[in-house]
Design a protein around this ligand. Sequence first.
Ligand SMILES: Nc1ncnc2c1ncn2[C@@H]1O[C@H](COP(=O)(O)OP(=O)(O)O)[C@@H](O)[C@H]1O
Ligand SMILES: [Mg+2]
Length: 311
Amino acid sequence: MSVHAGDLTLVEDVSFAIGAGERVGLIGESGSGKSLTATSLMGLLPDGVHSEGSIRLDGVEHDLVGATQKQFSGLRGRRMAMVFQEPMTALNPTMRVGDQVAEVMLIHKTERSRADARTAAIRSLERVRLPDPEKIARAYPHQLSGGQRQRVVLAIALANGPELLLCDEPTTALDVTVQAHMLDLISTGIRERGSALLFITHDLAVVATICERVLVMYGGRIVESGTVREVFTNPRHPYTQGLIAASDLETDHAGGRLVTIPGSVPPAGSFPSGCVFRTRCDLATDQCAESPLWTGEPERGFACWNSGEHT
Ligand SMILES: Nc1ncnc2c1ncn2[C@@H]1O[C@H](COP(=O)(O)OP(=O)(O)O)[C@@H](O)[C@H]1O
Ligand SMILES: [Mg+2]
């Protein structure tokens, strides 16, 4: 799958599969193309941006690339759902939150009557451990805290037991004190329903806690993939090595400071030819101006000319 805005390629040749119940992390610095990848799967790309290639959901006849909004609306909120960084993106400010949870069940006919949906909505709010769910159900989004709002969004996302839950930095906008609780609710919520998870974050420690597999993205491409254990203990791409060195997983104890990767992700449209990371890579050679081949399998591999010999 790739994502384009006019002549610009924002995400290129991103290819991965998520199995039933699998928990996959998508990591990379800001501007890597993580959000566009997720919104492309959900049919929620911004205006002027479109995807090409193929996106398949088990049992769905048509390709999601090029699917109509009508086709997407039959799937979103039912078979797949998304939690965004900012809860207000997903909530209607003029509707009581209980009605918003009930609505998603009525639309997809998982509850038949309004009364049943209302009862089920309160149960859903209870499952994300909102205290006094009946009172919360009657509240409007602005009457709730950021953490409560995000729990409502999670309740809506999980209401119909989706096969796939996408989370795009779901705790970034929350108080540090409630972040761990939110992660716990996501983790428990998907396990209870058997949902698969695509979890976007730049926090590697979070991926290590809740995911089994990880995809590393840079400059609109996946540069490495593998199990969390393999990638974090034996990163093969210089970018992944840099990310790990820059994360809390490995602090520079000698200097007592955090290592950072010098420079930043170039804006889409100014990616260098060949390996997109080569302009920031200490190990780059002339060969890196050619597109690196993927070394390994789709599930465990990396895109670097050095074939990991530098590790
Ligand atoms: N609507 C858009 N039009 C043009 N470029 C965009 C648009 N949305 C995002 N981009 C660009 O695409 C790249 C990837 O964006 P994004 O997926 O949001 O990255 P991430 O979520 O990893 O931070 C960035 O360079 C961003 O500026
Ligand atoms: Mg993003």
